[in-house]
Ligand binder design. Structure first.
Ligand code: FAD
Length: 461
């Protein structure tokens, strides 16, 4: 039986960086993956969605190119070809991960890993390895409620991303980030889309002003119907279509995409044999050092039920590998930027204005709309804004939200500033290149104290 210092279970964005990090630190490492290298993120999540969204965005830009003096005739969104682009990219990137693991000397096993005891792991019930330490990174999968009919016309995100035909009409059940991203992409490519969200609004984790901005664009520019505050009930699917009741209204479409949340993947792991504790929702209990209740077993990523994002899984993976090998353990970072590739894009980091108010924290905010920027006007992308949330006493930057062009890139700048504990003044005094979208952060910092140059002063009461 082979013995490894570290066995990683699951090769998603949590698991494969953990394996590489452990190998960099000199450990003998194995990784076990039962499907494809890259996990949900590469195969059915971040990357495939962004490959399709890139097509949807480009198609939308082409249709608005006239405003910049460019006439494009005969542009067609060929959805099957877009899926082909996505599939090619995914296969190419899987190959890249395999090369990285091999180059770092990580032994790769294909199959389902299961615990026989705390240090013995079986693979597909046939091979057995000994693991001095194990890092569990088995991720999550779509939660599909039992009340949904089992029919080809009812899909979750993984199946949706395999379809080569975009339906003419689509109901998206759930207004979280996965539902809203795919709804925008489908609408940009010509589908009639209805989102039904039980809560009072879509994207409820965002500040109200950001939600209003994005929802208005989704409704007015993309023609998406957004129905909130009530469940879709009496859902029925047959060969002609799918429908459900939103109050008294019958909502009909060719396809229903269920995007109501994610549940942990622990099936087949036989965690009870190792004594690993779960929460009442089935996630693995861990501390900030990525440790489970069992001394030699760590867990990271979506299966821990904390922030379910790829870059957070990676940060945890690197921390878990460090802690499994080094003697002085360290906590993983907790400042996690969040990016949402809707149209318009969204980026957030740190505390939100709404949460700060709920916590009775003394804050002040500064907002700057892209419409006040030369670059935004030059490229015809003027909607949206950036916003700082800062401590009213110390002026330290605590949070930021951005909605509009390049928001998913712009949030990186805010993340660094908050991580470096910049104050509003320091950020405002930092020279930003002109003409760029990034100047909005500088102006918004000045706006905290009513000193933005390219915005009219607030009227005195
Ligand atoms: P996963 O990526 O789920 O990987 C777990 C791996 O473990 C899988 O490959 C699985 O096959 C394997 N496995 C499970 N059990 C076993 C076993 N017993 N033995 C062996 N192998 C096993 N996040 C972002 O940050 N940005 C985005 O833009 C983004 N977009 C998304 C879009 C969609 C549609 C979805 C569904 C998710 C998106 N996410 C995004 C979330 C992101 O994909 C997850 O947070 C991330 O993949 C979690 O990584 P992980 O390593 O914890 O698990």
């Amino acid at each position: 039986m082979e013995t490894f210092d570290i066995v990683v279970i699951g090769a998603g964005p949590g698991g494969y960086p953990a394996a590489i990090r452990a190998a960099q630190l000199g450990a003998a490492v194995a990784i076990v993956e039962r499907e494809y290298l890259g996990g949900t993120c590469l195969n059915w999540g971040c990357i495939p969605t962004k490959a399709l969204i890139a097509g949807g965005d480009l198609y939308a830009k082409i249709r608005h190119a006239e405003a910049l003096g460019i006439t494009v005739k005969g542009a067609v969104a060929n959805y099957a070809a877009m899926i082909g682009h996505k599939d090619k990219l995914v296969v190419q990137m899987r190959g890249g991960i395999k090369q990285l693991l091999t180059a770092n000397g990580v032994k790769q096993f294909t199959g389902t890993a299961a615990f026989k005891d705390r240090t013995t792991i079986t693979i597909n019930g046939t091979e057995t390895v000994t693991a001095k330490k194990t890092i569990i990174a088995t991720g999550s999968t779509s939660a599909v409620p039992g009340f949904l009919p089992k029919h080809d016309r009812v899909v979750e995100s993984r199946r949706f991303l395999e379809l080569t035909d975009l339906p003419e009409s689509l109901i998206v059940l759930g207004g979280g980030f996965i539902g809203c991203e795919l709804a925008c992409m489908a609408a940009q490519c010509g589908a009639r889309v209805t989102i039904v969200e039980l809560l009072e609004d879509i994207l409820m984790l965002l500040d109200g002003d950001v939600r209003r901005e994005v929802r208005a664009h989704m409704e007015k520019d993309l023609g998406i119907r957004v129905l909130t505050g009530k469940a879709l009930t009496d859902i029925h699917a047959d060969d002609r279509g799918v429908d459900g009741k939103y109050g008294d209204e019958l909502v009909e479409a060719q396809l229903l995409l269920c995007a109501i949340g994610r549940k942990p993947v622990t099936d087949g792991l036989e965690l009870a044999n190792a004594g690993v504790k779960l929460t009442d929702k089935g996630f693995i209990v861990t501390d900030d050092f990525c440790r489970t209740n069992v001394a030699n077993i760590f867990a990271i990523g979506d299966v821990t039920g904390k922030t379910q994002l790829a870059h957070y899984a990676t940060a945890q993976g690197v921390t878990a590998a460090d802690n499994a090998i080094n003697k002085s353990p360290h906590k993983h970072e907790t400042l996690v930027p969040n990016v949402i590739f809707t149209s318009p894009e969204i980026g957030t980091v740190g505390i939100s204005e709404d949460d700060a108010k709920k916590q009775n924290r003394a804050i002040h905010t500064g907002k700057f709309r892209f419409a006040g920027l030369g670059r935004a006007m030059a490229v015809g992308e003027t909607s949206g804004f950036v916003k700082w949330i800062a401590d009213a006493g110390t002026d330290q930057l605590l949070g930021a939200q951005v909605v509009g062009p390049h928001a998913t890139e712009l949030v990186a700048q805010a993340t660094i500033a908050i991580r470096a504990e910049f104050t509003v003044k320091e950020l405002g005094n930092t020279i930003h290149a002109h003409p760029t979208f990034g100047e909005a952060w500088m102006e918004a910092a000045h706006a905290v104290h009513g000193e933005a140059i390219h915005a009219p002063p607030k009227r005195k009461k």
